[in-house]
Design a protein around this ligand. Structure first.
Ligand code: SER
Length: 305
């Protein structure tokens, strides 16, 4: 039986990942978040601060946890308001999870990295899996540090930490504080018949993934049997790339009225330092990653409910 602990369970990815994993009768789920859930969940939920190591020791031992999905993170745009706090939360929580992994023999850990690990000096088209990386946000720096630590702890303690570099994730709920949140915000404005003021220029192109594909990628990666001596990567994955203008037009083509004006702010500089597309061939060749959703299918799926 997989006895799974999830941190950041009420976030954009956590909400759906918990639901999806709890549909499998072989999984026991213990969801945690710093916030209280709004409604009752179909799985166990404990309000907990992942910086409280002792409390997590209690949770892991009491519930005999053997797998962790560590999703807690301050994202790129919010991180810029408090670099010290962002480093502390993103890195210290990572360290706590790794320590739990080592001390309590956790067999597998998932932790998401991000396209924010790249910086301006890479080629923005099909950014390579492996290249020089000079992130220019504190968020990107914590993600790059996490990628390095992931490899270090595999060598040092034999820990099995798995990761993908997420692009912007599209779902009906925004991540909160991310640079790619415009896609979700725009969609919600269309649904609520509100006007949208976009903080990026209309032609800013960024890689994206639909939440269903992101969840499938995480689940597929966690199921893969790797050889013991295989190098571990935080794998690039993406569904498609879009600009605010392409996304607005796609929503309008679905029959929605949407008025958008563009007032770029500090997030424009963040987006300009990120790739437009990433090369995800390695994920495809090693664990069969392939997206199922393009822009059209994403919108049809989100708008059907
Ligand atoms: N969606 C994230 C952000 O915008 C990128 O990983 O911060």
């Amino acid at each position: 039986m997989n006895r799974i602990l999830i941190t950041g369970a009420l976030g954009q990815i956590g909400t759906l990942l918990c639901q999806s994993l709890s549909n499998d009768p072989d999984n026991f789920i213990l969801a945690t978040d710093i916030r209280k859930p709004i409604k009752n969940t179909q799985y166990d939920f404990v309000q907990a601060d992942v910086l409280d190591y002792k409390f997590f020791v209690k949770l892991v031992t009491e519930h005999r946890i053997n797998t962790i999905y560590h999703l807690v993170s301050i994202l790129s745009a919010n991180g810029e308001h408090d670099p010290f706090g962002t480093w502390n939360l993103n890195i210290q929580s990572f360290q706590n999870i790794v320590r739990l992994g080592k001390e309590y023999k956790i067999k597998r850990i998932f932790w998401p990295s991000s396209i924010a690990v790249y910086g301006k000096d890479i080629s923005p088209i099909l950014a390579p899996q492996q290249t020089e990386m000079n992130p220019e946000t504190i968020y990107g720096i914590t993600k790059l540090a996490g990628e390095k630590l992931m490899n270090y702890y595999k060598i040092k303690y034999g820990l099995d930490i798995r990761s993908i570099r997420l692009p912007g994730v599209i779902s009906i709920n925004a991540a909160g504080g991310g640079t790619t949140d415009f896609a979700v915000e725009m969609l919600n404005c269309a649904l609520n018949k509100d006007k949208y003021t976009c903080y990026l220029l209309p032609n800013t192109r960024l890689p994206m993934i639909y939440i269903e594909d992101a969840i499938n990628a995480i689940k597929a990666l966690m199921k893969t049997n790797f050889k013991n001596n295989e190098r571990i990567y935080s794998y690039n994955v993406m569904g498609y790339s879009l600009t605010p203008k392409i996304w607005a037009d796609a929503i309008i083509n679905k029959g929605y009225k949407l008025e958008v004006d563009y007032k770029p702010d500090y997030r424009q500089i963040i987006a300009d330092g990120w790739p437009q597309t990433v090369d995800d061939k390695l994920a495809n060749s090693i664990w069969g990653w392939a997206p199922k959703y393009n822009i059209e299918k994403t919108l049809s799926d989100i708008l059907k409910s």
